[in-house]
Design a protein around this ligand. Structure first.
Ligand SMILES: *[C@@H]1O[C@H](CO)[C@@H](O)[C@H](O)[C@H]1NC(C)=O
Ligand SMILES: *[C@@H]1O[C@H](CO)[C@@H](O)[C@H](O)[C@H]1NC(C)=O
Ligand SMILES: *[C@@H]1O[C@H](CO)[C@@H](O)[C@H](O)[C@H]1NC(C)=O
Ligand SMILES: *[C@@H]1O[C@H](CO)[C@@H](O)[C@H](O)[C@H]1NC(C)=O
Ligand SMILES: *[C@@H]1O[C@H](CO)[C@@H](O)[C@H](O)[C@H]1NC(C)=O
Ligand SMILES: *[C@@H]1O[C@H](CO)[C@@H](O)[C@H](O)[C@H]1NC(C)=O
Ligand SMILES: *[C@@H]1O[C@H](CO)[C@@H](O)[C@H](O)[C@H]1NC(C)=O
Ligand SMILES: *[C@@H]1O[C@H](CO)[C@@H](O)[C@H](O)[C@H]1NC(C)=O
Ligand SMILES: *[C@@H]1O[C@H](CO)[C@@H](O)[C@H](O)[C@H]1NC(C)=O
Length: 516
C-alpha cells in the first residue's frame, strides 16, 4: 500500500489562485496574512493530530467543515459507523489556505476522499494546514481520524488464524505483531533451546482485540460496513477466558485468545481489530457438533504449535488442558525424545560445519519438535460444514501411506466435467480403540482423528542431517496409514507446493490435515 502524497488526488486542476503569489511578494507579511487566511476557520471545528472524532446528524457542525493542522505528512481517514440508504456522504479535503470550503466543484488543491466499504483516507502535504468538508452527511454516523503515522482507520489485509474449535470453544490467533527475537547461536557455544522452551515475553503489546459474531449472511452486521466502530456497536459472541502473547512458530508473536461459551454446530465470523480502528479481513469457522467429546489442549511451552482438541478424558475442574494439567506420561517421553535428538544433533559441529547450504541445526531441532508434537498429540476433527464430503466412511487401507487429499467424485459440474472433492484426512476411531500414541489413555468415546500432514514430516527430513536417520514414508511403500498426503505438496518427487489445496487450512474453517 503506497499512500504517498499525491496518491489520491482526484480533482482536475482548476484555475490557479493568484493569492499565494501576491502574498509571496509581500515578504514578511506572508506569515501574518496566512494566519488571516485561516482565520475564518476559527469558527470551524478543529481536528488535531492523533484525534479520532465521531459525528452523527445531531453533532455534525454547521457548516460541516473542519480545520486540519499543518503537517508534512498528514493522513485524514474516514470510517462509517452506520449506513443509510437516504444519503451517501462525500468528503472533500484541501491543503490550500485559499479554499475555505472544498467541495464537489473541485478547484486547485481540492481532493475527494475515495470511499470503499465504509473506509476512506487521504495522505498529503499540508504546509498551511487545510480544511475537510462533508457533503450529504444525512443521518450517517461517521468517524474522522487525523494522524501523521498513516491513516488511523484502515481495512487490514491480514486475517486472524484459527487454532481449532470444540463444540463450545475456539482458539484463535492474531496476525503476528513482533518477531521472535531468537538469534541463531554460534560456534563454539552453539546452544540449542531446551526441550521445554522458555519464552521472554515480547516488548510490545499487540493491541489486537478479537470480535466474533455468528455468521448470518442476511443479518444486521452484513448490511453494515465492517468498520471498527460498527463492530464495537455489536456484541461479540462467547467469552474470552484467556488472552496471552504466544510464540506459536518462528513467524513471530501473536495474541492467543481462548473463547468459551459458543454454540455447537454454528458458523462464526471472526475479525481482529488493531488499536480500536483497524479491522482485519473476516475469517470463518464452525464449532463442532454437540456430540464432539475431545477437549482442547494448548499453551504447552515444549509444543508451542499445539492448539487443538485431542482424545483425552475431559479434564477435572477445568475446561481444557495446558502445561499445568497435561499428564506427565505424555510429556516425559516427548521431552526425552527432543533432548535425545538435540544431543545427537550437537555431536555435529553445528555453526562451524555445514551439512546443508540451506538449513542449520536450529532448523532441524525446530522442525523435528514440530513434527514430534504433531504426531504425539493425535488431533480430533470433524468434517467441516462447508465441506461435508470430508469424512471418510471407512478406515483407510493399512498399506497406504495415508489418506489422499483428492478423490474422484461422481459429481459433474455444469459443463459436464468430472469434479474432484478435497476431503480432510479424517479417520474414524471407535470408542475404546487403541490410541495412536501409546502414551495416551484409551478413551471411551468415538472420535475422528485428523492425520498429520505428510509435510510436517518432510520438513523435518529436509531440515535434519542424514546421520540422524530421520525418514518419512514415501507414497509407494509404507507400513501404516499414518499421514494426510497430497494437500500441500503432491507427495510425488519434486511435488512441493502443488498439492490439492496448497495449504494446511483455509480462512473458511477447513482444516485439511494436522499441520500442528
Ligand atoms: C498541497 O499539496 C500539493 C501536492 O502534494 C503540494 O504540491 C503543495 O505544496 C501543497 N500545498 C501546501 C500549501 O501544503
Ligand atoms: C507518510 O507517513 C506514512 C505512514 O507513516 C509513510 O508510510 C509515508 O512514507 C510517509 N510519506 C512521506 C512522504 O514521508
Ligand atoms: C487509502 O485509500 C486508497 C484509495 O483511495 C486505498 O487504496 C488504500 O488501501 C487506503 N489505505 C489504507 C491504509 O486504508
Ligand atoms: C553459551 O550460550 C548460552 C545461551 O546462549 C549462555 O547462556 C551461556 O552462558 C554461553 N556459554 C558460554 C561459555 O559462553
Ligand atoms: C517447563 O518449564 C516451565 C517453566 O518455564 C515449568 O513451569 C514447567 O513445569 C516445565 N514443564 C516440564 C514438563 O518440565
Ligand atoms: C492463560 O493461559 C496460560 C496457559 O494456559 C496461563 O499460563 C495464563 O496464566 C493464563 N492467563 C490468564 C490471565 O488466565
Ligand atoms: C492501543 O489501542 C488503544 C485504542 O484502542 C490506544 O488508545 C492505545 O494507545 C494503543 N496502545 C498501543 C501500545 O498502541
Ligand atoms: C533418550 O535417551 C536415553 C539414554 O540413551 C534413553 O534411556 C531414553 O529411552 C531415550 N528417550 C527416548 C524417548 O527414546
Ligand atoms: C454453515 O455454513 C455452511 C457453508 O459454509 C452451510 O452449508 C451451513 O448450512 C451453515 N450452517 C448454519 C447452521 O448456518
Amino acid at each position: 500500500m503506497n499512500n504517498g502524497p499525491g496518491q489520491n488526488w482526484k480533482c482536475q486542476p482548476g484555475h490557479r489562485t493568484s493569492r499565494r503569489r501576491r502574498y509571496a511578494a509581500a515578504g514578511v507579511a506572508v506569515l501574518w496574512l496566512l494566519s488571516i487566511a485561516v482565520a475564518p476557520a476559527a469558527a470551524q471545528t478543529a481536528l488535531g493530530i492523533d484525534s479520532i472524532s465521531s459525528f452523527n446528524a445531531d453533532t455534525v457542525p454547521d457548516p460541516p467543515t473542519f480545520t486540519l493542522p499543518s503537517s508534512s505528512n498528514l493522513s485524514v481517514s474516514v470510517a462509517f459507523c452506520s449506513s443509510n440508504s437516504d444519503s451517501t456522504p462525500r468528503f472533500f479535503v484541501t491543503n490550500s489556505s485559499a479554499v475555505s470550503t472544498p467541495s464537489a466543484s473541485g478547484g486547485d488543491n481540492v481532493y475527494e476522499i475515495d470511499l470503499t466499504d465504509g473506509y476512506g483516507n487521504f495522505t498529503g502535504l499540508f504546509e498551511e494546514g487545510g480544511v475537510l468538508a462533508v457533503e450529504d452527511a444525512g443521518e450517517t454516523t461517521f468517524e474522522i481520524g487525523v494522524s501523521e503515522n498513516g491513516p488511523i482507520h484502515q481495512s487490514l489485509d491480514q486475517l486472524p488464524l484459527l487454532g481449532d474449535t470444540t463444540s463450545n470453544q475456539a482458539i484463535i490467533f492474531s496476525p503476528t505483531f513482533e518477531l521472535s527475537g531468537w538469534a541463531e547461536p554460534s560456534y563454539p557455544n552453539y546452544t540449542l533451546p531446551d526441550a521445554n522452551l522458555t519464552f521472554t515475553e515480547p516488548s510490545s503489546s499487540s493491541n489486537f482485540t478479537i470480535f466474533l459474531v455468528e455468521t448470518d449472511t442476511s443479518g444486521s452486521l452484513s448490511s453494515l460496513p465492517q468498520t471498527a466502530c460498527v463492530l464495537a456497536s455489536q456484541t461479540s459472541a462467547g467469552t474470552v477466558t484467556n488472552e496471552s502473547a504466544w510464540l506459536r512458530d518462528d513467524l513471530g508473536w501473536r495474541t492467543q485468545w481462548i473463547i468459551e461459551g459458543l454454540t455447537p454446530s454454528t458458523n462464526y465470523t471472526a475479525y481482529v481489530v488493531r488499536a480500536g480502528t483497524q479491522v482485519s479481513q473476516p475469517m470463518y469457522f464452525a464449532t463442532k457438533s454437540a456430540t464432539f467429546n475431545c477437549p482442547l489442549v494448548s499453551s504447552l511451552p515444549f509444543c508451542p504449535n499445539i492448539a487443538y482438541p485431542v482424545p483425552l478424558p475431559f479434564p477435572e475442574s477445568t475446561t481444557r488442558y495446558d502445561a499445568s494439567n497435561i499428564p506427565d506420561s505424555i510429556t516425559d517421553p516427548l521431552l526425552s525424545s527432543i533432548t535425545n535428538l538435540t544431543v545427537s544433533l550437537t555431536s555435529f559441529a553445528c555453526g562451524r560445519d555445514l551439512y546443508s547450504p540451506l538449513v542449520t541445526c536450529a532448523d532441524c531441532q525446530r522442525e523435528y519438535r514440530r513434527w514430534l508434537c504433531t504426531v504425539s498429540f493425535p488431533r480430533c476433527g470433524e468434517a467441516s460444514p462447508s465441506n461435508p464430503d470430508a469424512v471418510t466412511s471407512a478406515a483407510p487401507n493399512p498399506t497406504a501411506t495415508g489418506i489422499g487429499a483428492v478423490t474422484h467424485h461422481s459429481k459433474h459440474n455444469k459443463d459436464g466435467a468430472e469434479t474432484s472433492t478435497v476431503r480432510s484426512a479424517l479417520v474414524p476411531q471407535a470408542s475404546g480403540s487403541a490410541p495412536r500414541n501409546s502414551n495416551f489413555p484409551t478413551v471411551d468415546y468415538p472420535y475422528s482423528m485428523l492425520l498429520p500432514c505428510l509435510e510436517t514430516c518432510t520438513a523435518a527430513d529436509r531440515a535434519c542431517p542424514n546421520f540422524l536417520g530421520f525418514k518419512c514414508p514415501v507414497m509407494r511403500f509404507n507400513a501404516a496409514a499414518s499421514y494426510g498426503v497430497g494437500y500441500v505438496d503432491s507427495g510425488k518427487e519434486d511435488g512441493e507446493g502443488d498439492g490439492a489445496v496448497s495449504s494446511l487450512q483455509d480462512r473458511y474453517g477447513n482444516i485439511w490435515c494436522n499441520g500442528g
